[in-house]
Design a protein around this ligand. Structure first.
Ligand code: FMN
Length: 192
């Protein structure tokens, strides 16, 4: 069974660290032959602060603007998600929550896992995102990857130090394996 995996890069900040773990986890996911992997950089799917008059949960067809429909199409075609996110003030970045809130049915009945980073490896942001994803009728899986103190992992020019993420490779592979199990199970269930 071929599975469509979207990797969502949450940080849109100038000089962000997030593109490094996002590219790294994309490479790891692509090692699995059954996966069609695409990274969605939220810089390229930037939407205005959510001000829609109708809750996305109440929208059955098209959304109001081409930009929202472009984002919705990408999320709709996914079978599973890997969200790569920083922790901002012990929570999720507004860029991520804003893009989450625009949609509803496109998230439903799909598994999600997380790669986070920060002083505590982003443990707190992931707990918050598990809560949010449950409300969207998603299945947040158990395994996640917590990258500790990202500010020590880059060279002065901002590039990733050689081997900086190697210690996380095995946990990341295990997470992807678990995600595939859930993606298959829920794809089967959605198709029945
Ligand atoms: C607005 C803001 C709030 C932050 N709050 C936290 C925090 O609560 N916990 C933490 O571990 N790091 C925090 N940091 C530090 C980030 O972990 C660090 O800057 C990281 O590189 C941010 O990810 P990004 O560069 O991909 O945007 C914060 C950074 C910013 C910009």
């Amino acid at each position: 069974m071929s599975l469509n995996i979207k990797i969502i890069l949450a940080s849109v900040r100038e000089g962000r660290f997030g593109d490094k773990p996002a590219e790294w986890i994309t490479t790891i996911a692509k090692e699995k032959e059954e996966l069609l992997v695409e990274m969605l950089d939220l810089r390229e799917y930037s939407l205005p602060i959510f001000q829609e008059g109708v809750s996305p949960a109440g929208i059955k067809g098209e959304y109001r603007t081409p930009e929202i429909n472009r984002w919705a199409k990408k999320i709709a075609e996914a079978d599973a998600f890997i969200v790569v996110t920083p922790e901002y003030n012990h929570g999720y970045p507004s860029s991520l929550k804003n893009n989450i809130d625009y949609l509803y049915k496109e998230w439903n009945d799909k598994p999600v896992c997380f790669v986070s980073y920060g002083a505590t490896g982003g443990a707190r942001v992931i707990q918050q995102l598990r809560q949010v994803s449950t409300e969207l009728q998603m299945a947040p899986i158990r395994n996640s990857v917590h990258i500790m103190s990202p500010w020590f992992l880059t060279e002065t020019d901002g590039t990733l130090k050689a081997g900086a993420l190697d210690v996380y490779t095995k946990p990341a592979q295990n997470m992807v394996t678990q995600l595939i199990w859930w993606a298959k199970a829920l794809k089967n269930a959605r198709e029945q």
